[in-house]
Design a protein around this ligand. Structure first.
Ligand code: NZQ
Ligand code: ZN
Length: 389
């Protein structure tokens, strides 16, 4: 097992009715609030009205940054930073999923960024000395942004999408009932994202981190049990609650305790798909993951033991032939994703191979593919993209 440090300063209020903590938690930081949200789902579900009633009743002044895009854009971050400066905002409240929360994190850091170009802040990996305090109310189980410091921001002009460390939420309210209204595609995409976060950590070369591997396997089994339940019964509290708990832990760093970092290669490749084609993050990962697995298994048969463990402990398969078992585990994962209604080819998303080479080169700018658990070169990555067509 390798050394690790863990320091998450986020307080999570999990479960039904936890919105009672909203006003007291915000009040710690001040009275001027920037409310950050997406394209309007919170208005349709009634959550916006509920929040505004609480905030007005408690005497908060609210400025709004609305219309945060899925795959949030740097221009929207800039709009938020300007609002914070203009309205002397004390604290940011993000309501939504990874997109609203990530955008809010970048705004929180951008408020004190001294350079002229906020995109430069993203490119340099963030890690600001100062950021506005941030709180969030989660409405989709997916990214884990409610429990990590990362924000992923897109720049449509340069066709780039990068993650950077901005700030941790101080408080996250995670009420599974807020996810009852998710459309099936978002439920399935979010669940695929959770599974990908786990797979990125699970497929590490470290063999003896029993706790982390056990957590990974438990989360994967939980998602594969509860996502189909949530799709069949959108208001099944137990299913939604398990998915939310799974999401929060999956991107927290806990599933890689003591493990060599894998490089998160599927995320590096998916961010290219989102940057070029505005693909929904989790859907892109579901398409890529089984193809990436087949590529690395073929490239490095010495890694078969990890796939055998995945097939047995996650997919519940058995058999003596380890090569066949490893392949069967991957096939089972692909079949599972397909069963949740996700598109499983890039062609279904209207994506062809014209940009694959530049995407493959760009995906490795930070060495996340050449330095991954099974190192991948440009031709490997192009091959994975082609296998997804
Ligand atoms: O925009 P609105 O109208 O709110 O609609 C959203 C959006 O269209 C909708 N939605 C959310 N909650 C809903 C709902 N619709 C009905 N009922 C609800 N309760 O769902 C759509 C997707 O929302 P979004 O926030 O984009 O989803 P997600 O949480 O999957 O976030 C994706 C973004 O997070 C980044 C992704 O790359 C992507 O940009 N990631 C962030 C990470 C992090 N911060 O640690 C790690 C991840 O790997 C990921 O890269
Ligand atoms: Zn992800």
């Amino acid at each position: 097992m390798q050394n690790y440090t863990h320091d998450i300063p986020t307080k999570v209020y999990f479960g039904q009715g936890q919105i009672k903590h909203l006003a007291p938690s915000l009040a710690v930081y001040g009275r001027s609030v920037l409310l950050v949200y997406g394209g309007g789902s919170i208005k349709r579900t009634g959550l916006y009205g509920q929040i505004m009633t609480i905030l007005a009743g408690e005497g908060f002044r609210v400025t709004e940054l609305s219309g945060v895009e899925p795959n949030p854009r740097i221009g929207t971050v800039a709009r938020g930073v300007a609002l914070c400066r203009e309205h002397d905002v004390d604290v940011i409240l993000a309501v939504g999923g990874g997109s609203a929360i990530d955008c809010a994190k970048a705004v929180a850091a951008g408020r004190y960024y001294e350079g002229d170009d906020l995109w430069e802040m993203v490119l340099t990996g963030g890690k600001p000395e100062k950021a506005l305090p941030l709180m969030d109310i989660l409405t989709i189980s997916a990214t884990g942004s409610e429990f990590d410091g990362l924000g992923v921001i897109s720049n449509p002009e340069t066709k780039e999408k990068f993650g950077a460390f901005f700030t941790y939420p101080a408080v996250s309210i995670c009420d599974p009932t807020y996810t009852f209204t998710l459309p099936p595609f978002q439920t399935a995409s979010g669940s695929a994202d959770i599974m990908s976060h786990i797979c990125e950590d699970y497929f590490s070369r470290t063999e003896d981190s029993d706790l982390a591997d056990g957590i990974c396997e438990a989360v994967l089994r939980s998602v594969m049990k509860n996502c189909p339940l949530a799709l069949a019964e959108p208001e099944n509290y137990s299913a939604r609650a398990n998915l939310m708990a799974d999401a929060t832990i999956a991107c927290s760093g806990i599933p890689r305790y003591g493990k060599e970092h894998s490089g998160w290669p599927c995320h590096a490749m998916e961010h290219e798909l989102s940057a070029y084609y505005d693909v929904t993050h989790g859907a892109g990962l579901a398409i890529l993951t089984p193809r990436w697995m087949r590529c690395i298994l073929a490239k490095d048969p010495a890694f078969t033991w990890r796939f055998v463990r995945f097939a047995r402990n996650v997919m519940g398969l058995s058999g003596e032939d380890e090569t066949a078992l490893a392949q069967a585990g991957i096939d089972a994962l692909e079949a599972y994703f397909r069963s949740t209604g996700l598109p499983m080819t890039l062609s279904e998303l209207g994506i062809g191979e014209e940009h694959f080479r530049e995407m493959a080169v760009h995906a490795d700018l930070r060495g996340r593919l050449s330095g991954s658990c099974v190192p991948l070169d440009t031709e490997d990555v192009i091959g994975i993209f082609r296998a997804c067509l």
